[in-house]
Unconditional design. Structure first.
Length: 164
């Protein structure tokens, strides 16, 4: 039995060596990818914090349309995975210029400003603004919520709402 095993190992060794693939040194390919991926993401709430869901099937042309998609809630598969929508807005208009995004609300904002619903809105709009204006990085975008009465909320950055 030992003889057969030795022959098998020898045959496999010869086959592997004879395949023509020669060892090479380390090949440099630059720095590893860092930061968020590109493309629109909608952020939804979960028990473990905010999670981004890529928007693959639509072309986004305005910040208002991104908020409309966010308000529709997560797709069924993501709902089954525990994601939910905590953003509840009445009328609104969203404007963005450079690294600044402003949400003009028609009704008072019901959330505290330091909650997952606000985080969903801020992170979704920050990501969308960086896609619509490629000169802007998501992490640099500041989102402010202007209420019809009372103080404005923000400016907020997405990083304030992400764990880790």
């Amino acid at each position: 039995m030992r003889g057969r095993a030795g022959v098998l190992v020898s045959v496999l060794g010869v086959a592997l060596v004879g395949c023509g693939v020669q060892p090479t040194g380390v090949i440099g390919a630059g720095e590893p990818a860092t930061g968020p991926t590109r493309g629109i993401r909608l952020y939804f709430a979960s028990d473990s914090g905010l999670r981004g869901v890529p928007v693959l099937d639509r072309e986004i042309e305005s910040l208002d349309s991104v908020v409309k998609l966010l308000a529709a809630g997560p797709p069924p598969a993501e709902q089954r995975g525990g994601l939910t929508n905590l953003v509840h807005l009445g009328g609104y208009m969203v404007t963005g210029q450079g690294a600044r995004v402003t949400v003009h609300l028609e009704d008072p904002y019901a959330a505290t400003g330091r909650d997952q619903g606000t985080g969903q809105l801020v992170c979704t709009l920050a990501r969308a603004q960086s896609v619509l204006d490629p000169r802007v990085e998501t992490d640099d975008v500041e989102v402010t919520l202007h209420q019809p009465e009372g103080p404005s909320l923000g400016p907020y950055r997405c990083a304030e709402f992400l764990d880790g």
